[in-house]
Design a binder for this molecule. Sequence first.
Ligand SMILES: Cc1cc2nc3c(=O)[nH]c(=O)nc-3n(C[C@H](O)[C@H](O)[C@H](O)COP(=O)(O)OP(=O)(O)OC[C@H]3O[C@@H](n4cnc5c(N)ncnc54)[C@H](O)[C@@H]3O)c2cc1C
Length: 425
Amino acid sequence: MSPMANDADVIVVGAGPAGSTTAYYLAAAGLDVLLLEKAAFPRDKVCGDGLTPRAARQLARIGVDTSGPGWIRNKGLRVIGGGMRLEMPWPDLASYPGYGLVRTRFDFDQLLAEHAAAAGARLQERTQVTGPVVDERSGRLTGVATQPLDDSGRAAGPPGTYRAPLVVAADGVSSRLATAMGVRKREDRPVGVAVRTYFTTPRHTDEWMESWLELWDGPHLLPGYGWIFATGNGTSNVGLGVLDTSKTPHRVDYRRMLRRWTAQTPEHWGFTEENQVGPIRSAALPMAFNRQPHYLRGLLLVGDAGGMVNPFNGEGIDYAMEAANLAASMIADAFALRTDSDREAVLQRYPATLKQEHGGYFTLGRIFVKLISEQRIMKLCTRHGLPHPSLMRFVLKLLANLTDRRGGDVYDRLINALTRLAPAA
Ligand SMILES: Cc1cc2nc3c(=O)[nH]c(=O)nc-3n(C[C@H](O)[C@H](O)[C@H](O)COP(=O)(O)OP(=O)(O)OC[C@H]3O[C@@H](n4cnc5c(N)ncnc54)[C@H](O)[C@@H]3O)c2cc1C
């Protein structure tokens, strides 16, 4: 990994939460980081914009101040289903803050990218990575080929090449870079589909993140939930996410389903076409490590590129940021070593360390996905779970992955034990 003739120590491809957080940690560790992003900020990203206390902790760790304007804090989850309406505060834990956040991805991603740049990362927008540059003899990645773009995404200027001994693929769910390096999707992992839009609404300062458990497609109860997340800026992010399972009887039109659902909500919420801000947009949710291995021949995968969305609740920002922290610290460790083989040994441990951290929990999530894909089990859960607030408090901890690893209450200990027992596949 000689720095000779390299343009950077590490190239990070994609400045979403995964890429910007990786770049931040690498720059903070004193490495020369080039962060390449095809879009120009600010840019929209299809998302629910919801940040649980897990994600709030990650933001605090990198020193992002979430107390000022543009941020809205919430105190827990309001669940609606089975004729019930239950408000559950975020659990009181030693390891996590007692609040969640909402901030639209329109400026959240820009803020993170600028935070990385302020720490020393060289952010280069309007630069599309078009493929890997590979050393023919070793098969190892030595850089990336790029195409400069203009603001509307059209080619602007001649293609280029950047060289670095390590590259991080943080280029999102389709990760062309990982695919080009031969890292394939795992078909045995769940994938979700989610759609969302915004409505101008008096509900825009709601102090609870709201989720609706009953999504009906005609007579079929679908495995997923609808959400209403107040952004504090006059709008709420309204959407739904459904597991894409073969059990679904036919192709579901999710946009229509969102329209049908919002049409049934109370008139004063204002979820009408006139109040809709922007189109209904959709994207996939790659879950439970659906692209592996997470390290291969000089390329590390972080975030959606490595399929790191939580299968229990569809949360991806936190897991992208956690993996970014881990990847960056292992890269920094590798750079501190003297020989190529020592450095390689550290990097090779990234996939196993990642699995140690989340593998057991994601395995439980895959079991959960299988269960709720059965309509009768989904019905059973919504009808008989919600009337039991203490059971639901356990469910909230499990679904949002919010436990104290040491100490904690009986629910924490049960969830931690299950997570440890489940294979970290
Ligand atoms: C409808 C919906 C709702 C969701 N709601 C939530 C939620 O409420 N909370 C939550 O935590 N998660 C949510 N998620 C998941 C979350 O959006 C993702 O997990 C998260 O964005 C992953 O971050 P990332 O940085 O890995 O990828 P991305 O955010 O996709 O970022 C990838 C970046 O790479 C850039 N890029 C791609 N290709 C190239 C290239 N070739 N060259 C240069 N740059 C490139 C892209 O422009 C982009 O900026 C939701 C997802 C969907 C679809």
